[in-house]
Structures are given as structure tokens and as C-alpha cells.
Design a protein around this ligand. Structure first.
Ligand code: NAD
Ligand code: DAU
Length: 347
């Protein structure tokens, strides 16, 4: 079937993997990537597919009502995969309003436009991409299920929780066709190096301190980004309207253990030793969630999804990619990121 799909945030980390997958796997679909190109959005992430006949890029803000209406009209949009967001917890602590504007108001603007344009039959799908952080923190050995109550603790997760609630409210109130997924921490190629994994790789490469918040005891549940993109593909095509799916790799690691794993793999690849000496324990993130852990049983059972790689395999692939893509890394660390980095850790 011919589909015109609006993918928001397609120039970001996860979005670029989703756009690439859809462009290559579904040449019969037209993919329209709407992205504001913030510091985290980068068209270099999509260089290999940018001249594909089924790819269209629009630079703009999901909160711009006129622009979004125009895109829906021009491309007869019937499907939305919504990834655009401010995504970094630390930034949400210093500028919460930016997160409310992008994540809450931006999402509601997309919902309103689709509600208005799709008419009473609502022949389409609004797929909202969310995070496990909406559930708050969970003590071991507990796992977040789709029924876990929302308990967001950071401005970022509060903004994502709010957007999830609006998506569900539109389904409940207007019978608007939605599906939501909540995923754990992603890692892989094209992730902006403010997040733990690429920050660590970049700093080891450059022999800089690796900032570990608190004692490095916090636990995150890690998933290779291409496995997330595969889950999104599956949910988009087979997910049941109105449902929520948790996505996670069952890879719960303490931050310090993960950092040490990255040090070991980097040492092996760079023929070095003792990169773990670069670890520097720094002031903890305010309100730092202790533990995230996802029960992805529903998507395993109902849609047959499984991660394709474990953390060690995924980390090897990721580190190889960063070491082979120095230009990308140098480019993205040369601008606004440098200011942010200096601001945060030089004291
Ligand atoms: P990212 O920061 O790498 O990319 C976000 C993209 O959205 C960028 O290209 C940016 O330019 C764009 N964007 C931001 N504000 C915009 C706006 N107002 N209008 C248009 N475009 C805008 O983020 P990511 O890590 O790829 O995350 C993508 C989505 O997945 C987010 O919704 C995030 O909450 C969710 N998520 C991320 C993870 C993770 O581990 N990274 C895990 C679960 C869910
Ligand atoms: O769980 C899904 C979420 O994962 C996504 O919704 C977010 O968009 C994504 O950014 C990520 O959030 P985290 O806050 O978990 O990711 P981050 O890479 O910033 O941090 C991972 C852990 O490492 C966290 O416990 C904080 C810690 N950390 C982070 C940085 C940047 C450090 O110890 N040092 C650091 O320098």
C-alpha cells in the first residue's frame, strides 16, 4: 500500500535509524522527515539515503501550526511516527521550558493538525515514541510493565509523560488512532556525544576524564538503536491501535560497570591499557533516577520482536562506528556541544 509517512525528528539519533530503515525497506512509501535541526539534529546522519526518490526533508518546528498544516496538505499525510523531542535529561534541568515547548506543545500541535485533517474516519495512525523514564525509578528486581503507574521525576520525563497523556487523551476523547511505545536507553551510531555511551567513547579516544555521576551505581537498561528501529517498524505495521508497548533489551547495567566495559573494548581496539583510570566521579545529577528496567514481554509475545544483539556485541559495533567516523564526531563536537561541555564539567 502507498503510504505517506511523516517522521518527526528524523535527523536525530533514533529518528535517523528509523528513516533509513523505512527508506530502504519500503521503497513504495514516501517518507517526509520534519526536523528543526537543533544541536542534536544533523543531516549528516542521513547522507547515504538523502537522494532517495522516496525521501523528503522539511526543516521546521513541530510546534509551527502553519508549517505542519501545510505539510499534511502537501503530502497527504495519513501516518505519523513522532520522535522529535528535546531528549537530554541534564539539559531539561537547566531549561525545562524548552522541553515543555518541544515535547508537550509540539506534540499537541501535531495531534491537533492530524485530528483536523484526517476527518471523522481517522483512516491513519499517530505513532508516538516515548521513554521508560515516564515510569520513574524502580527497585530491583522489579520491572516496568505497560501497566506501571507514571511517576516522572525529571523535567524531561515530566514533559514526555505529559505528551503521552495527551496522545492517550486524544484516543479516548476523539477515538483518534494512536499507538505508543516506551523504550529503554538506546546506544549506537549517530548518538550525540552528550549522552553517556558516546561521551565515554569520545573522551577515552581523546584521553579526557570520563565524568561518572555520583558513585556510578545507577542502573540503566540498554538497547542497540537498530533493535529499537526494528521494534518501531513492527509496531507501526502490526501494533494494535490504542495499545502501548514497552521496548527493552533486558540489559540492566550499573553505569560504572558499563563505563568499564567501554574502557575494556576501547583499550582492545586502540591497543591501550587502563582507560578506566580516566573515570572521574563528579557531582550527581539532581534527582537522578536510581534504576530503570523494562519488561518487554508484551512485544515479545504479541508481535514477536526480540533484540538481535546483546550489549557486548552492540557495544563492539558502536565503538567500531565511532572510531571509523572521526569526521562526524569532530564535526558534532565542534559547535554548541563544546560550549555545553565546558560549561558543565570545568570547575
Ligand atoms: P535526539 O535528541 O538525538 O534527536 C531529537 C531530534 O528531534 C533532533 O533531530 C532534533 O533536531 C529534533 N527536534 C527537537 N525539537 C524539535 C522541534 N521542536 N521540531 C522539530 N524537530 C525537533 O533524540 P533521540 O535520542 O533520537 O530520541 C528520539 C525520541 O525517542 C525522543 O522522543 C525521545 O524521547 C525518545 N527516546 C529516546 C531514547 C534514547 O535512549 N535516546 C529512549 C527512549 C525514547
Ligand atoms: O531511558 C530512556 C532515556 O535514556 C531516554 O528517554 C533519554 O532521551 C536518553 O537521554 C536516556 O536518558 P538517561 O538520562 O538515562 O541517559 P544519559 O546517557 O544522559 O545517562 C545515562 C546514565 O549515565 C544516567 O544514569 C546518568 C549517567 N551519566 C550520564 C552522563 C551524560 C553519567 O554518569 N555521566 C555523564 O556524563
Amino acid at each position: 500500500m502507498k503510504k505517506h509517512i511523516l517522521i518527526t525528528g528524523g535527523a536525530g539519533f533514533i529518528g535517523s535509524h528509523v528513516v533509513r530503515r523505512f527508506i530502504l525497506k519500503y521503497p513504495q512509501y514516501q517518507v517526509i522527515n520534519l526536523d528543526k535541526l537543533t544541536y542534536a539534529g544533523n543531516l549528516e546522519n542521513l547522507k547515504d539515503i538523502e537522494s532517495s526518490d522516496n525521501y523528503h526533508f522539511v526543516k521546521g518546528d513541530i510546534g509551527d501550526a502553519e508549517l505542519v498544516r501545510d505539510i499534511f496538505d502537501r503530502y497527504s499525510i495519513r501516518y505519523v511516527i513522532h520522535l522529535a523531542a528535546e531528549s537530554h535529561v541534564d539539559r531539561s534541568i537547566t531549561d525545562p521550558l524548552a522541553f515543555i515547548k518541544a515535547n508537550v506543545l509540539g506534540t499537541v500541535n501535531l495531534l491537533n493538525t492530524a485530528l483536523d485533517k484526517w476527518g471523522p474516519s481517522f483512516n491513519g495512525l499517530f505513532y508516538h515514541i516515548s521513554t521508560d523514564e515516564v515510569y520513574g525509578s524502580i527497585k530491583a528486581p522489579g520491572l516496568f510493565t505497560e501497566d506501571t503507574s507514571y511517576d516522572p521525576k525529571s523535567p524531561y520525563s515530566a514533559s514526555k509523560a505529559s505528551s503521552d497523556h495527551f496522545v492517550r487523551a486524544y484516543h479516548n476523547t476523539y477515538k483518534f488512532p494512536v499507538v505508543i511505545s516506551n523504550c529503554s536507553n538506546n546506544y549506537g551510531p549517530f548518538q550525540f556525544p552528550e549522552k553517556l555511551v558516546p561521551l565515554c567513547i569520545n573522551n577515552i579516544k581523546n584521553q579526557l576524564p570520563i565524568p561518572v555521576y555520583g558513585q556510578g551505581e545507577n542502573v540503566r537498561d540498554w538497547l542497540f538503536v537498530e533493535d529499537h528501529a526494528a521494534a518501531i517498524d513492527l509496531i507501526f505495521h502490526k501494533g494494535v491501535v490504542g495499545e502501548t508497548y514497552n521496548i527493552g533489551g533486558n540489559n540492566q547495567w550499573k553505569n560504572l560497570d558499563l563505563v568499564k566495559l567501554i574502557c575494556r573494548v576501547m583499550d582492545k581496539k586502540l591497543r591501550r591499557s587502563n582507560s578506566d583510570k580516566l573515570v572521574k566521579f563528579v557531582t550527581d545529577r539532581p534527582g537522578h533516577d536510581a534504576r530503570y528496567a523494562i519488561d518487554a514481554g508484551k512485544i515479545y509475545r504479541e508481535l514477536g520482536w526480540q533484540p538481535s544483539v546483546d550489549l557486548e556485541q552492540g557495544m563492539e559495533k558502536t565503538i567500531d562506528w565511532y572510531l571509523n567516523n572521526e569526521d562526524w564526531l569532530n564535526h558534532v563536537t565542534s559547535g554548541e556541544y563544546q560550549q555545553y561541555y565546558r560549561g558543565q564539567y570545568q570547575s
